[in-house]
Design a binder for this molecule. Structure first.
Ligand code: SAM
Length: 312
């Protein structure tokens, strides 16, 4: 199999009359070494099904197919989506291992929307060079709608990677850090320079490795809850409440929680009562709270106590 180099990318853009769109985050990788490194780091086994968001001209798709997996490629740009099976066949891969969906990946609402070909397993891995302007919503959305997704190896803007991996009190710690921590653990894999893209972006890039953790187990360990009896729906209600608290607290991150959570709780006094029920000082700011702290606040709001038993 031969991968796409700079000449191929330019030739494909000319043939398809594509001038890369900034709005769609179209920066195509022109370096086979970079996409091979990403595909290798994903730890794919032959026969796996991998989902790729934004395959573009096929740079990473070819490197994934080279690993012997099947690829579900979701591309918003119809010109690129239509050309992908042709490019794959012309470069020595089998288009039978490729399933292209021409749509906005944010509109995928569940595994049935992937329209899996007969015999294909649901994907356990997401591997992608994400469109940088919507990288965080895309990853969070896929974790929510595809519960079978166990891990993600994705390239994003370096600054976004910093936010994803930041820990409590780090300068880059914010809502994305807490929300990803709800779903699992995330770490930096490696950096990527600007010169491996066409067009070159004006930001640096980094590859991030995300692993999903069992939420029930975390609730049990972190909060000393007994969540075995909790249904998926109860945990989803708790997650939505956690994310609402996170959004409220970080939307006024310079203010103390007493103030920033006033709207969320109903009033400054209600915010203080909620924080006291969760054993968190109302004088702290959002950047000092871990995902466990936010879960205690959400549990106190939903159930009146953070010492939560299985809810009625
Ligand atoms: N994977 C290719 C590569 O590495 O060369 C292209 C990556 S480029 C950074 C991002 C790709 O995502 C573009 O092809 C763009 O059209 C596509 N895209 C942007 N927004 C999207 C969305 N909401 N859903 C699906 N694809 C999207």
């Amino acid at each position: 199999m031969f991968l796409l180099g700079a000449r191929d990318i330019l030739a494909l853009c000319a043939a398809l009359e594509v001038s890369p769109s900034k709005k769609k985050g179209q920066n195509f990788v022109t370096d086979p070494g970079t996409v091979r490194r990403i595909a290798a780091a994903a730890g794919i086994s032959p026969g796996d099904t991998v989902v790729e968001i934004g395959p573009g001209l096929g740079s990473l798709t070819l490197a994934l197919l080279e690993q012997g997996c099947k690829v579900i490629a979701i591309e918003i740009d119809p010109r690129l989506a239509a050309a992908l099976p042709v490019t794959v066949s012309q470069h020595g891969a089998s288009s039978a291992d490729l399933h292209v969906l021409t749509q906005d990946a944010l509109e995928i609402a569940g595994v049935s929307d992937l329209d899996l070909p007969a015999g294909w397993a649901a994907p356990r891995q997401l591997v992608a060079n994400l469109p940088y302007n919507v990288a965080t919503p895309l990853l969070l959305h896929f974790l929510e709608v595809l519960p079978g997704l166990e891990c993600a190896l994705v390239m994003v803007q370096a600054e976004v990677a910093e936010r994803w991996v930041a820990g409590v009190a780090d300068a880059a710690y914010g809502a994305p850090s807490v929300k990803l921590a709800w779903w699992g653990s995330v770490k930096r894999a490696f950096k990527v320079g600007r010169n491996v893209f066409y067009p070159a972006p004006n930001v640096d890039s980094a590859v991030v490795d995300f692993r999903r953790l069992e939420v029930r187990q975390r609730l049990e360990e972190d909060l000393k809850l007994s969540p075995q009896g909790w249904t998926d729906e109860t945990i989803e209600t708790l997650r939505q409440e956690v994310f609402a608290a996170v959004n409220a607290a970080f939307s006024q991150r310079r203010k103390t929680l007493r103030q920033s959570l006033a709207g969320y709780a109903g009033s400054p006094d209600a915010a203080v009562a909620l924080l006291e029920a969760a054993s968190i000082s109302p004088g702290l700011r959002a950047e000092r709270l871990s995902v466990t702290d936010f879960t205690k606040i959400a549990a106190a709001k939903l159930y009146g106590t953070s010492d939560t038993k299985c809810p009625e």
